[in-house]
Design a protein around this ligand. Structure first.
Ligand SMILES: Cc1ncc(COP(=O)(O)O)c(C=O)c1O
Length: 274
């Protein structure tokens, strides 16, 4: 199902600023039993992103309803929302009184091998770096060329994800996921004040860590911190948590912190494939 501004199979203008400038935001939600998961968190991130970009935020009740309608077509699947600043003329200046464009569509569930959650995944380091821009940092905006280039670096289906560094060499995230590092008895995740996407699953994991009394911090992570880590794992809204079992040539084991958090996510019913 595809809804554009609420219209089934509606169209998008060739003048849409999402297309011209990537001037907009997106969300990707997991669907289980015809229900979108973590909907409130996704809607809040979208609202917060609109505020930062100066895009008029969507009427939450309307968007929520549209997401539910699209999700209801899938037992297990994915709903994607694109929200752009809408049509514009030539030139970067945002038009006055512009009306945002709202797109809601569904996809089949990605056929990730089932054992990734249990056995863990192989991960590589990407050569493509992330640019630093605090004004865009954390946003799930529509400019994703860095991820496109990074993901083009490998085709081996055995490699599930690639980690990306920023221009100064700090480790930021995966091409489609956030990173957690367990070291020195603490759960660490890269600080995203200069670049990266503040994932919904990352936010939930940090909240859970707090609730469970696991010491956790958002901090600068260097490549050496990965060498010293006792556990590494990846998060996103679709995969939940994937432990890393190999980073380049280094072998790791899924560890107790990841297992604990996976169990908690499962118990809370927020994973599409528990
Ligand atoms: C670049 C990037 N970082 C992080 C994430 C994780 O975000 P979320 O937990 O909201 O799915 C994604 C998800 O697609 C992503 O594309």
């Amino acid at each position: 199902v595809l809804l554009i501004d609420g219209e089934p199979d509606g169209g998008v203008s060739a003048l849409d600023r999402g297309l011209h400038y990537g001037d907009g935001l997106f969300e990707t939600l997991a669907v289980r039993d015809r229900r979108p998961l973590l909907l409130d968190r996704h809607l809040s991130r979208l609202q917060a992103g609109c505020a930062r970009l100066g895009i008029e935020a969507p009427a939450t009740a309307v968007l929520r309803r549209e997401i539910e309608v699209v999700a209801a077509t899938r037992e297990l699947g994915v709903v994607k929302i694109l929200f752009t600043r809408g049509r514009g003329g030539r030139g970067y200046a945002p038009p006055e009184g512009g009306r945002p464009t709202r797109i809601v569509l569904d996809y089949p569930w990605p056929d990730y091998p089932r054992d990734r959650t249990d056995r863990g995944v192989r991960v590589r380091m990407c050569a493509t770096r992330l640019a630093c821009n605090p004004r865009l940092a954390g946003l799930k905006h529509l400019n994703r060329l860095e991820q496109v280039l990074a993901r083009s670096e490998w085709t081996d289906p055995e490699v599930a994800e690639g980690l990306m560094l920023d221009l100064e060499g700090a480790v930021v995230e995966g091409t489609m996921s956030n990173l957690f590092v367990v070291g020195g008895g603490r759960l660490l995740t890269p600080d995203l004040s200069r670049c990266g996407v503040a994932g919904v699953m990352r936010g939930l994991v940090l909240d859970l860590a707090h609730e469970l009394g696991l010491p956790a911090a958002q901090t600068r992570v260097e490549a050496q911190d990965l060498d010293r880590a006792s556990e590494l794992f990846l998060s996103n809204s679709l995969i939940g948590l994937w432990p890393v079992r190999r980073l380049e040539e280094r072998a790791l084991e899924p560890g107790p912190v990841c297992r604990r958090l996976q169990a908690e996510l499962r118990a809370r019913g927020v994973l599409a494939v528990p």
